[in-house]
Design a protein around this ligand. Structure first.
Ligand SMILES: Nc1ncnc2c1ncn2[C@@H]1O[C@H](COP(=O)(O)OP(=O)(O)OP(=O)(O)O)[C@@H](O)[C@H]1O
Length: 551
C-alpha cells in the first residue's frame, strides 16, 4: 500500500500524466479544427469537397492509430516535415480524431429540424446567421455526450504515443516496472491516474450538459429554491418572484394546457370567434366596398406563368396570380394540388423551372436576367421586400423562448437593439394574448400558443406580404379558433397582403377577399370569396366544396 501511494505521487509518473494530457489536448483541438472543416466539406453543396472528405474519413478511420503515429514520426521527415515526438503523436491523434469528430458534428447539424431552417430563411436570415443562431446552439447541446466519449477515447489512445517514444504515462509506467519489477503497484497507480483523468472528463461533461440544459431554472430561481430549502418556514422568499416583469403573472397550471390557463383568458385581447370583425366582412356590401378600395391598391405579389417540377412530376403548371396590398387571398384545393409549393416559391424557399414572381415589384431570388442569386443575397432580399411566412408545423426555434423567437430575428436581421427588439416582441405577444408566456420555451406551449407566437414572429419585422401555409392543420380542433382569430384580426388591422392556404372554408369565407382554387397545380377558379364558396363555377371546385362541407 505504501508503495502504491509512493507511485501515485512520484514526479516521474506525474510528468508522464502531463505528457498524456498534452498529447490528448493537441489531438482533440487539432481533431476538432479538422473535424469542423471535414464536416463542412461533407455538408457542402459541392460534391467534389464531400467526396474528398469522405475519402479522408475512410482512410483515417480505417487504419490503426499506431500506424498513423509511426507514419507522422518516421515517414513525414522523408518529405521534409520533421516533427518532435510529441508533435508527431499529437498530429497523428488529431488526424485520427478528425473524421470521428466530423461525423459527430455532421450528424448533429443535420439532426436539427429542417422546418426551423426554413423559418430562419423565411425571416431573412443569411445561411451564416442560421448556422450561428439556430443550428449551432441546438447541435452543440446534442453533441456534448458524444464529444465526451471522444475525449475519453482520445485520452486512452494517447498511450499509443509510446511507440514514438513520447514519455507519456503508459511508457513511463512500463519503464518503471521493468526497472523495479513492481508491476502490480505501478500499473495499479497508473490505472488510477487514468481513472482520475477520465473521471474529470465525465464531471466536466455533466457540468456542461447541466449548463446547456434549457429546462434548468435560471440561476436566480435556483438560488431562491436553495434559500427556500434552507428556510422551510418561509413560503415566499424574497427572490421567489424575482424573474422580471414577465415571470410575475405566470400561472400555476401546467404550461401546455392552453385551454386551462386562466391568465390567458384574462389577458387575451382577441375578440371571440363570431365577432364584429367577422360579421363586417361577411356582409356583401362591405365586401363590395372593400373590393373596390383594394382594386386601387398597388400590386404586392405577382406570379406569372409559374412552372415547378419535382423530377418528372409537374407540381405547378403555369400559375398566374396577382395579389394587391391589403388583400386577403385564401388558397383552397385538394391535398397535393400545389398550395404549399406555390407559397414556398413566392418567398423563394423553393426554386422553379419557368415563370417569374415579383414581390413588392422586385424579383425575389433572381436578377432581371433570371439568374439565381446566392442564398445570402436572397436572404437579404427577403428581408428587404418584407415577406413573412407562417408554417403548418409552427417551426419555432426550439432553444429560444417565445420572446426571443420574435426578438432574436429582429436583432439579427433588422438590426434592432436588444431593448427595442424585446419591446416589440413584448407588444406582439400581448396582441396574440401570450405576454404571460414570453419566457416559455416552444415545447412548453400548446400547439395553438406556438402558432400564435409564430404569427407574431412573422409579422414582427412589419412585412408587406404574409404567407400562411395551412396555419391550423397541425392543431387539435379546440385550438383552431384561437389561431384563426389572431389571423382574422391581423387581416383587418394590418393592411397586409395575405395569402392563406387553408382547408377551413368558414374561415376563408369570413376573412378572405378572394378565393383561389388550385387543382393539379393549376388555378381552375378564382373570384370573390362569397361567390366561389357559394356558387362555384368549376365542377372541381363544387366537388371539393361539397366534400369539405360534408366532413
Ligand atoms: N420536396 C419535394 N420533393 C418531391 N415532391 C414534392 C416535394 N414537395 C412537394 N412535393 C409534391 O408536390 C405535390 C404538391 O405538394 P404540396 O405540398 O404543394 O401540396 P398541397 O396542396 O400543399 O398539399 P396539402 O394540402 O396536403 O399540404 C405533392 O404531390 C407532393 O408530393
Amino acid at each position: 500500500m505504501d508503495l502504491f501511494i509512493h507511485y501515485l505521487s512520484m514526479p516521474y509518473l506525474l510528468d508522464g500524466v502531463g505528457y498524456t494530457l498534452l498529447i490528448t489536448v493537441l489531438g482533440l483541438l487539432g481533431g476538432l479544427a479538422m473535424g469542423v472543416v471535414l464536416a463542412w466539406m461533407q455538408l457542402s453543396r459541392f460534391r467534389a469537397l464531400a467526396i474528398i472528405a469522405r475519402g479522408y474519413s475512410i482512410i483515417f478511420r480505417g487504419t490503426p492509430l499506431i500506424l498513423q503515429m509511426v507514419f507522422c514520426y518516421n515517414a513525414l521527415p522523408l518529405i521534409g516535415i520533421k516533427l518532435t515526438a510529441i508533435s508527431a503523436a499529437g498530429l497523428a491523434l488529431a488526424l485520427n480524431e478528425a473524421p470521428f469528430i466530423a461525423e459527430i458534428l455532421r450528424s448533429n447539424v443535420i439532426g436539427v429540424d429542417r422546418g426551423q431552417i426554413s423559418a430562419g430563411q423565411a425571416l431573412g436570415m443569411t445561411p451564416a446567421a442560421i448556422m450561428r443562431r439556430v443550428i449551432a446552439p441546438q447541435a452543440i447541446r446534442s453533441m456534448v455526450p458524444a464529444l465526451g466519449n471522444e475525449t475519453v477515447s482520445a485520452l486512452k489512445n494517447s498511450s499509443l504515443a509510446s511507440v514514438v517514444a513520447v514519455q507519456e504515462l503508459t511508457l513511463r509506467s512500463t519503464q518503471l516496472a521493468s526497472a523495479t519489477f513492481d508491476f502490480f503497484s505501478i500499473f495499479f497507480a497508473s490505472g488510477l491516474m487514468y481513472l482520475v483523468l477520465t473521471g474529470a472528463v465525465a464531471v466536466i461533461q455533466i457540468v456542461v450538459e447541466m449548463l446547456l440544459d434549457l429546462d434548468r431554472p435560471p440561476p436566480r430561481e435556483q438560488l431562491s429554491r436553495f434559500l427556500r430549502a434552507l428556510l422551510p418556514g418561509r413560503t415566499e422568499p424574497a427572490l421567489a418572484t424575482a424573474g422580471g416583469p414577465m415571470s410575475a403573472p405566470t400561472p400555476p397550471t401546467p404550461p401546455d394546457v392552453a385551454g386551462a390557463d386562466p391568465t390567458e383568458t384574462a389577458t387575451d385581447p382577441l375578440p371571440p370567434a363570431s365577432s364584429k370583425v367577422a360579421s363586417q366582412t361577411a356582409h356583401g356590401i362591405d365586401r363590395a366596398a372593400r373590393a373596390q378600395r383594394l382594386a386601387g391598391n398597388v400590386v404586392a405579389v405577382e406570379v406569372r406563368g409559374l412552372h415547378k417540377r419535382y423530377g418528372a412530376q409537374t407540381v405547378l403548371g403555369g400559375v398566374d396570380l396577382t395579389v394587391r396590398t391589403g388583400e386577403v387571398v385564401a388558397l383552397l384545393g385538394p391535398s397535393g394540388s400545389g398550395k404549399s409549393t406555390l407559397l414556398r416559391c413566392i418567398n423563394r424557399l423553393e426554386g422553379w423551372d419557368e415563370g417569374s414572381i415579383r414581390v413588392g415589384g422586385q424579383l425575389l431570388g433572381t436578377d432581371e436576367a433570371g439568374h439565381a442569386l446566392s442564398p445570402r443575397a436572397t436572404a437579404q432580399m427577403r428581408a428587404s421586400v418584407g415577406v413573412g411566412m407562417v408554417f403548418q408545423q409552427f417551426n419555432l426555434f426550439g432553444h429560444l423562448s417565445a420572446r426571443e423567437n420574435i426578438a432574436g430575428p429582429l436583432r439579427w436581421v433588422q438590426g434592432l437593439s436588444r431593448l427595442d427588439a424585446d419591446r416589440r416582441a413584448q407588444q406582439l405577444l400581448e396582441r396574440v394574448g401570450l405576454a404571460h408566456r414570453a419566457d416559455a420555451l416552444p415545447r412548453h406551449l400548446s400547439g395553438g400558443q406556438q402558432q400564435r407566437v409564430a404569427i407574431a414572429r412573422a409579422v414582427a419585422p412589419g412585412p408587406s406580404v404574409l404567407l400562411l401555409d395551412e396555419p391550423t392543420s397541425a392543431l387539435d380542433p379546440e385550438l383552431v379558433s384561437e389561431v384563426l382569430e389572431v389571423i382574422q384580426r391581423l387581416a383587418v388591422e394590418e393592411g397586409l397582403a395575405m395569402i392563406i392556404s387553408t382547408h377551413q372554408l368558414r374561415f376563408a369565407g369570413d376573412v378572405a377577399d378572394r378565393v383561389v382554387f388550385l387543382a393539379g397545380g393549376s388555378i381552375v377558379e378564382e373570384g370573390p370569396a362569397d361567390q366561389v364558396l357559394n356558387t362555384p363555377r368549376h365542377p372541381l371546385t363544387a366537388r371539393f366544396l361539397s366534400k369539405m362541407n360534408a366532413e
